[in-house]
Design a protein around this ligand. Structure first.
Ligand SMILES: [Zn+2]
Length: 415
């Protein structure tokens, strides 16, 4: 993986001998993933809050790794950093207080120039919740605790680095250029990716598609992974259906989702989104490196290599809008205080976790419950659930019907 120190001759000799022994010339390394996640999610990096010193430290590490892989800087002013300024929102809806200070932050951008007309973008956010001062920690007493964010999203960031190393050094000249992007400010509302698409360093009309990885470190025993965005180009579904993989892929059509691919979708770029699902440590200080499944992550990235290889053979992908447009996304005034299981594809909404001291927990909902009705609305999937929530105001009381171990139960929830 040290292209700049390896002569072409040595590289060819290596490829030849590797082929002679029937091995892949270069592979995804679980060790690299472990090293990257362990560093990014260490206490030393203080949870990588956007606009902080520790975020800058993380960005420097990413730039160094891109450089080592032999990739060119593609940030602003010839650096790897795409700098931007922002103000911290004071609530989860993105409202900014009038007196909020302006902070400096940076995305990290690296380029593999294959002299091709079109480019593939591979991205992930590298920021996390820092020391829990903002509104989105799920810890009861978050302030001052390091939110390490190993799964969210050191895992996806390590994925971008490892794919960068792979494509820069695999000895194959792909038919597309590659832009590798690590975003900041995601946790505060997709700020970094939005800033990038507003002032990009490459021509976005030349991007074939964007792959985003956010939380790919918790592949479970069933090997379930959500691939989002499959409706954003007619090419995706038939291709995915035809692929052989040990992963259990759950396809989701929407271009709008809870992470940075949304910013690219809104610029009419086809997107894909990899995600291994929610868990108990989500947005808590306990999202630690020990809990990351590195063999699983390696398998996911091998799948990514295979998928990108196939998409590389295609002409520039055609963009297609998906159903849930931004304007249609319901706005909620209330929350139930549960974590939906995004990987669930049975009927109803599977509850992955219940947050303490919120309406659902007060009403007696439990992890593992399947919500099948809220008020008058039957719940078949997450969209029904969101629609139902949008119909209530704070203080309203309604009945929630769940299936628990096969038996129906009804509870009264007050928002
Ligand atoms: Zn997050």
């Amino acid at each position: 993986m040290i292209k700049h120190l390896t002569s072409t001759f040595l590289m060819l000799a290596f490829l030849y001998s590797a082929t002679a022994f029937g091995q892949a010339s270069l592979s995804i390394s679980a060790n690299h993933l472990h090293t990257d996640v362990a560093y990014l999610a260490s206490d030393q990096l203080q949870g990588r809050g956007a606009g902080t010193k520790s975020e800058r430290k993380a960005a420097k590490y990413l730039a160094r790794e891109f450089k080592k892989a032999g990739l060119a800087p593609m940030g602003t002013n010839g650096s790897y950093f795409h700098q931007f300024e922002f103000k911290k929102p004071s609530d989860p809806h993105g409202n900014v207080a009038a007196n909020a200070p302006t902070l400096k932050s940076r995305n990290v951008a690296a380029y593999l120039d294959n002299g091709a007309p079109y480019t593939i973008v591979i991205g992930a956010h590298y920021d996390h919740l820092g020391l829990g001062h903002d509104h989105n920690s799920r810890d009861v007493n978050p302030v001052g605790k390091v939110h390490n964010g190993a799964d969210d999203n050191a895992s996806g960031t390590a994925g971008v680095l490892e794919l960068a190393r792979y494509f820069a050094n695999n000895g194959i000249k792909e038919q597309h250029n590659f832009l590798f992007l690590c975003f900041s400010g995601e946790e505060l509302g997709l700020i970094g990716s939005k800033k990038y698409t507003e002032s990009p360093t490459i021509d976005l009309t030349k991007v074939s598609f964007m792959l985003n990885m956010d939380m790919i470190g918790r592949l479970n025993d069933e090997k379930r992974m959500v691939v989002g965005g499959v409706g954003t180009s007619p090419t995706f579904v038939p291709l995915l259906n035809g692929m052989e993989t040990g992963l259990t892929i759950k396809q989701d059509s929407a271009g709008i989702g809870p992470s940075d691919h949304t910013s690219f979708y809104l610029k009419n770029i086809p997107v894909l989104f990899f995600f291994t699902g929610q868990h108990e440590d989500y947005h808590k200080p306990s999202d630690d490196v020990e809990k990351v499944n590195f063999d699983g992550q390696k398998e996911i990235l091998e799948f990514a290599v295979q998928l990108i290889g196939k998409l590389d053979q295609e002409p520039k992908l055609t963009f297609q809008e998906t159903k849930a447009k931004k304007e249609d996304t319901p706005r909620f005034k209330v929350t139930l205080g549960i974590m939906p299981d995004y990987t669930w594809d049975g009927d109803g909404l599977h509850v992955d976790g219940v947050i303490e001291d919120r309406p659902a927990s007060r009403a007696g909902l439990q992890q593992g419950d399947i919500i099948v009705r809220i008020g008058d609305l039957e719940i078949h999937d997450i969209r029904d659930y969101m629609k139902a929530l949008s119909m209530f105001e704070k203080g309203n009381t309604t009945k929630v019907k769940v299936m628990r171990k096969g038996a129906a139960q009804e509870m009264e929830v007050t928002f």
